[in-house]
Design a protein. Sequence first.
Length: 422
Amino acid sequence: MHHSKWTSLLFALVVILIVDNVHRATMWESEILNKATSMKYNCAPSNIVSMAATYAVNQTAKSDPMAKPKQNVVLLVGPHKTGSTSIQANLFNWLHDHTHPSKLSQSWAWPSPLEDMMDAGCKDIIDYDEMKKFALIYQWTKAMREDDDKEKRGIKCMFSPNGTQIYSVDQYLAFYEKEFHRQWVDGRGLVTASEALDMIGESKKGSRVLKRVVAQLPWHSNTVPAADGSDSDITAVVAYRSPRSKHLESLWHQCCMDKESFEHYLIHLNDRSWFPTHSLDSLNLANQFLKQGIKTLLIDLAGVLVEGYDVSNVIACDVLGAACTTEKRFMGALDEKPIIANAKNKNHTITLEQMQQIDEVIEEYECNFLTMLGHRSLTILYPSALDKLVEKCEGLGDRDLFGVEALKGKIVKIAKKSASGS
């Protein structure tokens, strides 16, 4: 009788744990659905449910050590000046801290082949103290992008200080492929982050770079043992920043504010073959992943701000499945403040009216992607500015849309009003 009583109590406890587990996963799913389906267009709720289901699988794994978490590859692709440096610094720290309350390091890895490179003789070439700890992935993106030998010389470890090439591009990329494979077969999902991956939005090189990224993932590797997985296990995360003119202004901060005025920068957009249109064009970037059949998550930073969240925490909680409160704080670390890095500012002479006009023409250009916003493989989190964009686009009726080159011309025209004094 005594034994039966304890058996009944144990059974009841197990039932309570299972119910609580399902409840938490359901609440998370409901929260994401509420955020996304508030939009006035189809934002693929079936895909949102599948993300919640992945989270539920991971939660089940925490309560059942025999259950295997669902592995995914998450590509954090920026673009530039959307909080990417802060996101990378925070996630790198959380994924490498095995005592962090988020417990992200148990399920996720930030693959970096630094040790293998140094073991292969790069000790005198890679100065770890001079690099951001997370920045080695940037070298990976450069190796895939650069066609010019002169540019390749700037890639860490590919060339020696005296200019002698040590590794070919394929040999260099093999360091990364090996590390991706090692972490994956150990049972971890992969988080790969670099705003330089926004090059995938480039018209000439973008699709080639994306195919190269995918080709290096574990299930495509010839490394032994063979790895399970498929391209359906990839999620690209793209940030959308507004006001759009402020995103453009931040690109000026990044490259040129110490060399030229914002007005000069804008007036000469058409003279710059190197102007990173792809770094401004979040919707086009998302579209490139969707065209290749890759699930894509679009985070509206305006909506994140409205909710009072930090975008690093949003990615950790909503995308990677960390145990969080409804305020996107880590359980057990409620007072932790994320790193905010690389924030720059400088005054300029472009007026508020001109900035608003720039907003308007960028948004009108973005109406090209109105249909994409309803793609079944696209999930949108915290829609706010994107809600307003949809309303604006629907209000344009049958007006002819224009491409990115025409957009640059319109921005130049607006900036010239300041120069002419009109």
